[in-house]
Design a protein around this ligand. Structure first.
Ligand code: ADE
Length: 225
């Protein structure tokens, strides 16, 4: 999957794309990130990309020309153009799966107050939020989406940490996990996990997942909403 990122802060992505599961996905070419510095498309020698908002008010707005030049350079019509904003649709695992199945996506990271609305109206196809709080820019949300789609690409996760049992994958939260030692400082692992009875273990895990979901996220159990 090709993932284009348009950002004012390309350095933020360097380490992120080299580490852990995302790093492995890049190394295997399961995802192919292309980071574009919006300032390279400023069209002026000061590399200025923002300006004061018409009508006044606090904060700066990203100008349309650099964004549109960069999008045209990237043949933006070939892929969804995703803009990250708290006004967007809240990202869920269901949406992550949809993006993960695409051959390409273009992630537009805003900064400062906003990007010029004309870019949102005429070039952006999808607006996503990663939750009801405000960040300084779209870089962290872009990394969130890249991480979530990278781990779903074929061959990225081993069977052992397969995505199937993750929280949200079955529409509920995941179950608790334990590893060796079986007893530490008087704290014991639930005996069923040491029983070797896989059918009982599966039942226990499902019960634990349901209990956690009822306690913490009853909203996930309400269907048809
Ligand atoms: N930009 C700033 N805050 C954001 C959020 N919560 N989600 C997506 N993009 C954002």
């Amino acid at each position: 999957m090709r993932i284009d990122v348009l950002t004012l802060f390309p350095m933020m992505f360097q380490q992120f794309l080299q580490e852990s599961i995302v790093g492995a996905a890049v190394a295997k070419s399961a995802i192919e990130p292309f980071i574009t510095d919006i300032r390279d498309f400023s069209g002026n020698k000061h590399r200025q990309v923002d300006d004061y908002p018409f009508g006044g008010g606090a904060g700066m707005v990203l100008k349309p020309e650099p964004l549109i030049s960069a999008l045209e350079y990237l043949n933006y019509e070939e892929a969804p153009v995703v803009y990250f904003t708290p006004q967007g649709k809240v990202l869920t695992q269901q949406l992550v799966k949809k993006y993960a199945s695409l051959p390409r996506m273009i992630l537009l990271c805003g900064h400062y107050k906003d990007i010029d609305q004309r870019v949102r109206d005429n070039y952006v196809t999808d607006e996503l939020s990663i939750g009801d709080y405000v960040l300084s820019g779209g870089e962290l949300p872009a990394m969130v989406l890249i991480d979530a789609v990278a781990r779903l690409q074929d061959g990225v996760l081993s069977d052992i940490d397969s995505a199937a049992t993750d929280s949200h994958e079955q529409g509920i939260l995941g179950c608790p996990h334990y590893t060796r030692p079986a007893e530490y400082l008087g704290m014991e692992v639930p005996p069923v996990l040491l029983s070797g009875n896989h059918a009982r273990i599966e039942v226990w895990r499902h019960e634990q997942a349901m209990k956690l979901t009822r306690e913490r996220r009853p909203d996930l159990l309400k269907h048809g909403e």
